[in-house]
Design a binder for this molecule. Structure first.
Ligand SMILES: [Fe+2]
Length: 298
């Protein structure tokens, strides 16, 4: 069954949204700004990694910090729509420079449990979500200045996925892609194609004019990168989930397609960092930091 929206949409509320595209991982980060105050939130930021060299850097996050400083904004929230498997979060780095609270869906604990085992983390790795400042439950809301953000559980890609709706803008994470991109994979541990379909349909109950902001775009068929669409566009044109495609049809397509996909290039470092709220694994006695590569486990 499709869960109803846990809030009443407010199309007359129009946040200012600025996108930052990370080319190496095709991720879009957002600064969402209250037009009536100087308050803002950052959604899905990126920490750069050269995985072959084992080197991390912060060029992308620094651009967001610069934007916030230049516009004299105050950062209230850093939001992760889910535990990303294809890029490392830049949230703790930005939080260290600008403050704000770091929030994710409460089912982060499921993800921590699964990947705590995969990476054979010891008991010092807490699986209670305590690395974050706020764990959101379906129907929760929070303030960005005078804007109210509503949190809606939209699992399927991962169990912790949340869609954040702020006025006429919804940040869908990996629940949806642009209409010609379809939907995200549903084959990670805790993912489920049938659940994803129901989550997509839940999001598409938002009013037709709602602006939808993607977390990723890969520019299918050579088109330029795009990240914004609308509920109406998705319902009319999404190649995987437009109106008229049944749940069973979607599940068959999604599962066949997922079986053909390689693991994301950065899944191993991404999960080890993102399950820790974007922090690196603990340093050894010498102060050196390492990623693990579990063999034949993913
Ligand atoms: Fe994802």
């Amino acid at each position: 069954m499709i869960e109803p929206l846990p809030f009443t949409p407010q199309l007359d509320v129009q946040p200012t949204v600025t996108a930052f595209f990370d080319e190496p991982t095709n991720t879009i980060s957002y600064v969402v700004q209250d037009p009536t105050s100087n308050k803002c939130a950052v959604i899905d930021s990126v920490m750069d990694i050269d995985y072959a060299a084992g080197r991390i850097s912060y060029g992308g996050a620094d651009q967001i910090i610069k934007f916030i400083k230049e516009n004299e904004l105050e950062l209230e929230w850093l939001i992760e729509t889910h535990v990303h498997a294809d890029h490392l979060s830049g949230a703790p780095y930005i939080q260290g420079k600008l403050g704000g609270k770091l929030g994710i869906g409460e089912n982060i604990t499921i993800v921590q449990d699964v990947f705590g085992k995969v990476f054979n983390e010891g008991t010092e790795f807490q699986r209670d979500g305590s690395q974050f400042d706020q764990l959101f439950t379906d129907g929760d809301s929070y303030q960005i200045g005078n804007l109210t953000a509503y949190v809606m559980h939209t699992p399927g890609h991962t169990p912790a996925c949340m869609t954040h709706t702020i006025g006429n803008a919804a940040f869908v994470g990996d629940t949806l892609f642009m209409p010609d991109g379809g939907s995200a994979r549903a084959d990670f541990p805790g993912g489920n194609a049938r659940t994803l379909y129901r989550s997509v349909k839940r999001v598409l109950q938002l009013p037709d004019e709602t602006r939808l902001f993607m977390c990723h775009d890969y520019g299918p068929n050579g088109r330029d990168i795009q990240w914004e669409t609308s509920v109406a566009e998705e319902r009319n044109h999404n190649i995987h989930v437009k109106d008229g495609i049944s749940e069973d049809e979607f599940v068959k397509m999604r599962e066949e397609r997922d079986a053909s996909l390689d693991m994301p290039k950065l899944i191993i470092p991404s999960l080890q960092v993102n399950m820790r709220a974007g922090k690196m694994p603990p340093a050894d006695e010498q102060g050196d930091v390492f990623f693990k590569v579990p063999v034949n486990k993913l």
